[in-house]
Design a protein around this ligand. Structure first.
Ligand code: GUN
Ligand code: ZN
Length: 426
């Protein structure tokens, strides 16, 4: 059965940071045809109606049809502690995060949160996430099982920590290697699931553990590796004390084989010139987590880096203050404004779709609407509340129509979500 989704269809022919806004294409009366879980065609509604006369038609009028959102850095185990008050990074980890992550030794709790988390993000139009689990291998099983049941493309890895974490939340260099390898061999490439090698960050890993995970990455070079980099100044000073031999924070990873294409660093706010040029040379990815960076008080990401390397966008649940990629785009806009840059709605939307897909090196599969790609789609109501509707009344193009939804929209704007060519019940 062919499904034909009609609406204002937004696609990208390239990167709007490199090529300008004309890289975004809008078909005002467009259509997307879906067959066997993939996009069969994208074009004018009238053309596709005649090309697929037997298709089941879903006519969304002037609503926006887009690729689903991709959230490139989250901690699903922090779902229940989102919006916890009054701490900065290291205190926030010790006070809220570690006690909550301890609860994931219970596989039933991990399964409950994994399912709750995926339902929350799908309702907000996020069809793929790249998540940290906890140190417990069963927390990885829980999120992959929940994603598999929903047919989602999802990235996840066991968080590794062998120091500076409470007892009960520490592994060792050897057990981190063994558990990660076993999980990778079990899950990586199953359906739409990908394993990600996941040292939490240098303060909670010994050089021996980073080295062991670097060795594992050499054995499985097509995996991603995710970690945190230069989020807060106190954290950077701590890294300097813990790694006196290292040139800088990035070097703590680089020295252990954890810097190359496929490395995905969250935050990366306070970088030195050497770190910036090494990241570019190595072809690494950065992930901007704007609501987290204001909520935990970390700093202002430099979005001009998007012209030089792969930058994705993320909520960083639960350091971030929202599950919504709309809200996250709004925060990215505001942070860029504070740095003197006005991001165009076409750039913001691209970051939340293709930008994140490129950061996760899956841009040939998801994050855009082109024939052959996997059919993860969302339908967005551009007048989902009275406040948004009145702000769009004088709009003369899609961008003016879309920007109030970016700045003020929430789950009410997301009217339909398709995952792997199947429409979710709403
Ligand atoms: N750095 C190390 N772990 C974390 C985490 O869980 N959240 C954030 N925001 N930063 C981190
Ligand atoms: Zn994080």
């Amino acid at each position: 059965m062919t499904e034909l989704i009609l609406g204002q269809v937004l696609t990208y022919s390239g990167d709007p940071f490199a090529e300008g806004i004309s890289a975004a294409r809008v078909l005002t009366q467009g259509a997307v045809a879906i067959e066997a879980g993939r996009i069969a065609a994208v074009g004018e509604a009238a053309d596709l109606r005649s090309r697929f006369p037997m298709a089941r038609v879903h006519d969304h009028g002037s609503r926006l049809v887009s690729a689903g959102f991709i959230d490139a850095h989250v901690h699903y185990p922090q779902t229940a502690i989102i919006a916890s008050w009054g701490k900065r990074l290291i205190d926030w980890l010790n006070t809220y995060t570690f006690p909550e992550e301890m609860r994931f030794r219970d596989p039933a709790y991990a399964a409950e949160i994994a399912n709750r988390y995926l339902d929350l993000v799908l309702a907000r139009g996020t069809t793929t996430v790249c998540t940290y689990a906890t140190i417990h291998p069963s927390s990885v099983d829980a999120i992959f099982t929940a994603a598999q049941a929903r047919g989602m493309r999802l990235f996840a890895g066991k968080t590794c920590m062998d120091r500076n974490a409470p007892p009960g939340l520490r592994d060792t260099a050897q057990s981190a290697y063994d558990d990660s390898k076993r999980l990778l061999e079990t899950w990586h490439g199953q359906d739409r699931l990908s394993y990600v090698i996941t040292p939490r960050f240098s303060p909670t890993s010994t050089p021996e553990q980073l080295h062991a995970l670097g060795s594992l990455w050499r054995e499985f070079p097509d995996c991603l590796m995710q970690t945190h980099l230069s989020e807060q100044l106190d954290e950077i000073a701590w890294v300097r004390d813990l790694f006196p031999q290292s040139r800088d924070y990035l070097d703590t990873y680089e020295a252990q084989g954890l810097l190359r294409e496929g490395a995905v660093y969250g935050h990366a706010i306070h970088l030195t010139d050497r770190e910036r040029s090494r990241l570019v040379e190595a072809g690494a990815s950065l992930v901007h987590c704007p609501t987290s960076n204001t909520f935990i008080g970390s700093g202002l990401f430099d979005m001009t880096l998007a012209a030089r390397l792969r930058v994705g966008l993320a909520t960083d649940t639960g350091g971030g203050s929202s599950f919504s990629m709309l809200h996250t785009m709004a925060a990215a806009y505001e942070i860029a404004q504070l740095r003197g840059q006005s991001l165009h709605p076409a750039q913001l939307w691209w970051l939340a779709t293709q930008g994140s897909a490129r950061a996760l090196r899956c841009e040939d599969r998801i994050g855009n609407l082109t024939p052959g790609m996997e059919a993860d789609l969302i339908v967005i109501d551009l007048a989902s509340t009275p406040a948004i509707e009145q702000a769009t009344r004088r709009a003369t193009d899609l961008w003016q129509q879309l920007f109030p939804t970016i700045m003020m929209g929430d789950d009410r704007a997301v009217t339909e979500v398709w995952v792997g060519g199947k429409r979710l019940a709403n």
